[in-house]
Write a protein of this length. Sequence first.
Length: 139
Amino acid sequence: MSVEDTQKRIASVFGMDKVPKVTSETLVTYRNLLSEHLRPGVRLTGRTDFQWEERYVFGHDDPDEYEELKKTRASYTDQFELLEIIPEDDPVGDLLARVRRSSDSKVFEIGLAWLTTTAEESPELQFLDDFSTWVANYQ
């Protein structure tokens, strides 16, 4: 898939020819679309290491400490079930997803742009990939 195809899909979310910037208003529009297509129960995982994990993933801190922290914090290696996309009135920079970790049923709120589906081919995958691309590149 080309960059142009991705841009067209994202722009079509807003009924526009060009991709708009990420704002509170455009996030609400995208949330409405995602809420229609990402039903509760969708299986998710981290797209890349979460911000708190970076120093551990790159080997700058104690691996035992990392494993201990992963017991209470969500990790990009975890698998989650989508509970809901949180309906914020004024989202800033990303949408929040409430998810349940599969291994222990702990519930977390994670930026949706940080998540992807566990299935390599699913209808939800394209929606999440486009959303993450938009959030990362149009702030």
